[in-house]
Write a protein that binds this ligand. Structure first.
Ligand code: GLC
Length: 421
């Protein structure tokens, strides 16, 4: 499908701001953390130096405590709310005060596999930064080896039903009046509700007022939830970071201990009542009871064997386009509302990497084809309706274009999977 390849490359070029890429103009006019990693993989198909630059710009925003922010506000743009003043980030660049799923080490390894030996200087410079970032997760987000978030935006799954119970316990008091900008770009019923936004801003306020004092946030915030996106991507990222260290001739036993802790911690996310991985609310000790697309990242993390296989086959069999972000059998499923149902192409890519490595090559390939079909049907949208593949959310989206180029397109040269450890 060369036409789609051309369109995808054009989207990357249009969203390129010079050294970094915005997810889409208007709705998301800044640099987002995991979006940039996917963007780098799209660039890697035709421009390896540009791929490295994307990642290096992301790490230029790393805080002194190791945290790599979820948004870097390189150039102020009023089309987005909440901007840099609302966040009051304390890093070297204007930024948000929270992080995002740490997929970078995994894809840096994949880039290096593609760019040996020239990429070595990049890897040598990035490895210590990755170690500092991963250590930050242990210091401030770890609960017995499961990785928590202090804000839903940190997981990248902003309004999944996983947050419904923890949010019900929050009274968002004392937030300033605000005007959302997202609903001027995208239909309201494809975005989070105002109820959620009030709580998002309340949690930002707690962080900002403490000047992002992690010790304070950890003890005082009403929101602390262990999450499969974070736990599974960090576990996987540590395996790849260890492989990078070994390739540089620098074995690292701290990373080995992280891998052991995370593998054990993943067990805390297993909910026997539904037979699935889900979120665990640290404040109440309750599981969310939601089978999400993040639950299916267990293979990507290399945990759980085939525990998720029954749900995987059931859910993929229930929709025309998978993997829906929420199980269609769940009462909170909404097929067009953001992370409460729609299909996200880049999540499918991560799930397929895990499936292929676990020996489910046919399922991985079927998911790739299904994702190619949804993009051919709905274009390079932010996300898609699982029932008919119609586009939803933002359009001309960087990570959908990148996922097409690096994985879903039949012409991809790319890294179908990063090499497994
Ligand atoms: C939304 C998504 C998040 C993504 C960001 C930019 O907040 O939920 O995962 O990183 O948009 O695309």
């Amino acid at each position: 499908m060369p036409d789609l390849d051309t369109r995808a490359r054009a989207i990357l070029a249009r969203n390129d701001r010079g050294g970094y890429t915005v997810p889409t103009a208007g709705l998301y006019p800044y640099q987002w953390n995991w979006d940039s990693v996917f963007a780098a993989m799209g660039f890697a198909e035709h421009d390896l130096p540009r791929a490295w630059a994307e990642i290096e710009t992301l790490f230029s925003g790393q805080w002194a405590n190791g945290m790599v922010p979820h948004i870097l506000f390189h150039k102020v743009d009023p089309s987005y709310f909440p901007g840099p003043d609302v966040w009051g980030g304390t890093g070297p660049l204007p930024s948000s005060g929270i992080s995002q799923p740490p997929i970078a080490a995994t894809f840096i390894r994949a880039l290096y596999e593609r760019d040996r030996p020239a990429g070595e200087a990049h890897v040598r410079a990035l490895v210590p930064k990755l170690c500092d970032w991963h250590r930050w997760f242990f210091d401030w987000r770890g609960e017995d080896g499961a990785i928590c978030v202090s804000h839903p935006w940190e997981t990248g799954r902003d309004n999944t039903p996983d947050w419904d119970a923890p949010f019900a316990a929050i009274q968002p008091e004392g937030i300033d009046d605000y005007a959302r900008r997202d609903t001027s770009h995208v239909a309201e019923d494809e975005r989070p509700r105002s109820y959620d936004y009030d709580r998002y801003l309340y949690l930002v306020k707690i962080g900002r007022e403490s000047r992002w004092d992690e010790a304070h946030i950890k003890s005082a915030s009403p929101f602390r939830v262990a999450d499969p996106t974070m736990t599974f991507t960090l576990l996987r990222a540590n395996r790849d970071l260890l492989a990078l260290c070994q390739a540089m001739g620098e074995p690292n036993c701290e990373i080995e201990s992280w891998i052991t802790a995370l593998a054990a911690g993943s067990e805390h996310l297993w909910n026997p009542d539904i037979g699935s991985y889900d979120c665990l609310d640290i404040r109440t000790g309750r599981h969310s009871g939601v089978i999400s697309n993040a639950s299916h990242l267990a293979w990507y993390a290399g945990v759980g064997g085939d525990r998720m296989l029954g749900h995987y086959d059931r859910i993929m069999g229930a929709v025309r386009f998978g993997m829906p972000s929420t199980d269609p059998g769940h009462h909170a499923y909404e097929p067009r509302r953001y992370w409460r149902g729609p299909v996200w192409a880049m999540m499918n890519w991560l799930i397929a990497i895990g499936l292929a490595e676990a020996g489910h090559a046919a399922r991985a390939e079927a998911l790739r084809r299904n994702t190619a079909d949804v993009i051919a049907t709905g274009g390079f949208a932010e996300y898609f309706d699982p029932r008919d593949g119609s586009p939803a959310g933002g359009r001309d989206f960087t990570w959908t274009a990148a996922t097409w180029l690096a994985w879903a397109s039949p012409t991809t040269k790319g890294i179908t999977c990063p090499a497994s450890s």
